[in-house]
Design a protein around this ligand. Structure first.
Ligand code: 5GP
Ligand code: MN
Length: 359
């Protein structure tokens, strides 16, 4: 039995919007991750089974380790398939917006959407959605993932029985990737109730984990070795670290989009570490992409809003800087200095080796 998080009003909204629509477009954020693709395809499965005409459109490339999902090959890429995307958007009577809170996060596709007059329903878990951009909003920042939110919505609608195996796999993948395979943002016991429901649907959790995690090139492994050995700068007294990657370095390791996935989490393996910052030169645009990860109560989203034109979640946020890498490194050093008081605090004590009860 799950906690009742979906409000009666949200339930009524979902039932009405999903009931009335005939032609649906589902969209998610730029550079879609596991939760963006998992929740989009999970909803796609559900609406298709209800007999709707459904198209998933993503703004740009999504990584190879998500292509195993059923119907991933039917997803349209807005940057490459403009005509087909516009055709679907113009026919739509409902646009479901998943896993983002602001059309600006869709870049070029966001501009296109503002010119298309169609009801937009937001289903998302990022804080502070831009309310005026959406007709209806189902927003739960307290949840691990949009995929978890969708499961709860299906549950509140009494539709779990109708959830297909493919939809169960999609939602599991979204929840797993947004929680680092249940290693952060994942202490809610309900999450494990949901996973057991998905297992009952027949998902092979271990196989999905492998398909997502063990799907890289040898170059990526060597690249990680290079980043950690040559590029990681640790600030021990701040319990923080920084690494920066230039375009030439990406080329040296035959970088494919997605190869940086998860690398920013690695410095958090250092004992007592609170914050990891990664800077990467974009391969297409003249800008620096910033990724940050933290533990406990250090607010990456506030840091990113203040210094990197961005935002996100407390423990995972990002942004962009329009400057050279050297300047971006300077901005990052200033950011670390500005947050020195919060970072330099001793981390909470961890049980030490005096505990002899373990074997
Ligand atoms: P990542 O480091 O994986 O690129 O992004 C982590 C999280 O930070 C994303 O899930 C998203 O919530 C947030 N994020 C990343 N880039 C931006 C950005 O440019 N602007 C805002 N507002 N949030 C971002
Ligand atoms: Mn998400």
């Amino acid at each position: 039995m799950l906690k009742r998080i979906i409000t009666p009003q949200e339930l009524a909204t979902a039932k009405k919007d999903f009931g009335e629509c005939k032609n649906v477009v589902i969209i998610c954020h730029t550079s879609p991750d596991g939760d963006a693709i998992g929740s989009s395809l999970g909803l796609y499965e559900y609406l298709k089974r209800k007999g709707k005409q459904v198209t998933v459109i993503v703004p740009n490339y999504f990584p190879d380790f998500l292509h195993w999902m059923k119907d991933a090959d039917k997803i349209l890429r807005f940057d490459r398939q403009k005509t087909a995307s516009y055709t679907a958007l113009k026919m739509a009577d409902l646009i479901c917006c998943l896993d983002f809170n602001d059309l600006h996060r869709l870049e070029e596709m966001g501009d296109a959407l503002t010119r298309i007059h169609c009801k937009r329903l937001l289903i998302d878990h990022h804080i502070n959605p831009v309310r005026q951009q959406f007709a209806h909003i189902i927003s739960h920042p307290e949840l691990s993932s949009t995929s978890e939110l969708l499961f709860r919505l299906f549950d509140a609608m009494g539709e779990i029985d109708k959830l297909t195996l493919a939809a169960a796999e999609d939602l599991y993948a979204g929840m797993a990737t947004d929680t680092g395979f249940f290693s952060f943002n994942s202490n809610d016991p309900d999450l494990f109730v949901i996973i057991s429901e998905l297992l009952r649907k027949g998902i092979d959790k271990d196989r999905i984990n492998r398909k997502i995690q063990n799907n890289y090139s040898a170059d990526r492994l060597k690249f990680i070795g290079y980043v950690l050995y040559e590029k990681l700068e640790v600030f021990p007294e701040l319990h923080a670290s920084l690494f920066s990657i230039r375009k030439e370095e990406l080329a040296q390791f035959h970088y494919m989009k997605g190869d940086m996935e998860g690398v920013v989490n690695m410095p958090l393996q250092i004992k007592g570490h609170k914050l990891s910052i990664a800077l990467r030169e974009d391969t297409e645009k003249p800008l620096i992409r910033v990724s940050t990860r933290s533990v406990d109560d250090f607010p990456c989203n506030e840091l990113c809003a203040q210094f990197f034109n961005g935002g996100g979640h407390k423990n995972a946020a990002g942004g962009t800087l329009e400057c050279s890498m050297d300047e971006a490194i300077e901005v990052t050093r200033k950011a670390l200095e500005a947050w020195r008081d919060r970072l330099a605090d001793a981390p909470a004590p961890v049980d030490d080796a005096t505990d002899e009860s373990t074997t």
